[in-house]
Design a protein around this ligand. Structure first.
Ligand SMILES: NC(=O)c1ccc[n+]([C@@H]2O[C@H](COP(=O)([O-])OP(=O)(O)OC[C@H]3O[C@@H](n4cnc5c(N)ncnc54)[C@H](O)[C@@H]3O)[C@@H](O)[C@H]2O)c1
Ligand SMILES: [Zn+2]
Length: 338
């Protein structure tokens, strides 16, 4: 079988490997599609070389079918369409209070252990979620990032009569905006890249450029002065942190979705003044995966438009180089059987 290997120094190789039998409590998946995530791009840039065990196969946004079943695994059959929830929470302790998805000893499959950018992939059976026979495997590769969005919107408790502002219209921001809009709420996306603004509009979203208009004034106009009930920070930059406390109205909830690797400046006075809430949101729980699977299977939202390229595994080096050269693209999938 073909497997891609991250070798360090912005280099991938594609190798021929033996297909391995699944160990007990594992299944072997025939991987259909594996999406490229921002985290994979960070790994490619060498930002996570201390964490990943080079050489290694990465990837965690995937879809596939069960190809072989290890000892002790029940409830699955060969050919079943599945996705993996890539959280290895086997180190969970009572002090984690039942929040397995953010337990102290959480291992992320595809970063801390081998991932899905290969033809066949062995994973613990407890990570699997079943899909319906009719679920489109290409769209199903979006279930992992969509689950992030579902989790963020769930924790925000966004209501149908409220307004949400999404700061950042990358893949995660646009999925957050789509899920937020699905609740019936009014949604405004703020994005600085004009091509991504055009993409957001293609998805039926209201998107504006904060470099071209005063975002706070615009949100006030759209809400009769109330400003946003919920703000999703999905840009990960200081200007978004500066504006999030401004666009939020009285008792607004701010969801911190972006990963800020360094300490940043935030206007804490605004938290006191408007009784704001800041809510951290990290990955997803089982129920978020089930909801994302339902949304993808129903396919009533324009998910297809999120996929901007599909490439064979053999092109992996090109795929990562192109992502670096083109900040407009949205979700690129590796076709793991092509
Ligand atoms: N919480 C989680 O579990 C989780 C999961 C996945 C990703 N993330 C994080 O979510 C963030 C978004 O992920 P992504 O893949 O969409 O990233 P991305 O970099 O593709 O998207 C960020 C977007 O913000 C835009 N932007 C930059 N400056 C802006 C500004 N001043 N105002 C508005 N928009 C601005 C960029 O043009 C870009 O389109 C990242 O920080 C990522 O690490 C978090
Ligand atoms: Zn991801």
């Amino acid at each position: 079988m073909k497997a891609t290997i991250y070798e360090g120094k912005k280099t991938f190789s594609v190798v021929e490997k033996e297909v391995e039998d699944p160990a007990s409590d594992e299944v072997r998946i025939k991987v259909a599609y594996s999406g490229v995530c921002g985290t994979d791009v960070h790994i490619y840039h060498g930002m996570m070389d201390k964490r990943v065990s080079i050489p290694v196969t990465i990837g965690h946004e995937m879809s596939g079918t069960i190809d072989a079943i290890g000892d002790g695994v029940s409830g699955f059959s060969v050919g079943q369409k599945v996705v993996v929830r890539p959280l290895d929470d086997r180190g969970v302790k009572p002090s984690d209070k039942g929040f397995n998805h953010i337990c102290e000893d959480l291992k992320f499959i595809g970063i801390d252990s081998p991932g899905s950018m290969q033809q066949y992939w062995n994973v613990p059976a407890f990570t699997l979620h079943k899909l319906k026979d009719e679920t489109d495997l290409k769209l199903a590769a979006l279930i992992e990032p969509l689950s992030v969005a579902v989790h963020d919107v769930r924790l925000s408790e966004l209501q149908a009569d409220e307004t949400a502002v999404v700061l950042g219209g990358g893949p995660i921001g646009l999925l957050v905006a789509m899920v937020a809009k699905e609740t019936g709420a009014k949604v405004i996306v703020s994005e600085v890249n004009e091509n991504r603004i055009a993409k957001a509009k293609e998805l039926g979203l209201n998107a504006v450029n904060p470099l071209k208009l005063d975002l706070v004034e615009y949100v006030k106009e759209q809400t009769e002065g109330r400003r946003a009930d919920v703000v999703f920070e999905v840009a990960g930059v200081q200007p978004a942190l500066d504006v999030m406390t401004e666009v939020a109205g009285i008792r607004g909830r701010i969801l911190m979705v972006a990963i800020h690797g360094q300490k940043k400046e935030i206007d804490l006075f605004k938290f006191f003044w408007k009784e704001l809430k800041l809510i951290g949101a990290r990955v997803y729980e089982k129920e978020d995966y089930e909801r994302a699977i339902e949304l993808i299977t129903k396919n009533e939202l324009p998910f297809e438009e999120m996929i901007t390229d599909v490439q064979p595994l053999s092109n992996i080096q090109n795929v990562f180089e192109n992502i670096d050269n083109n900040p407009d693209g949205m979700k690129v999938l590796m076709d793991c059987q092509a």
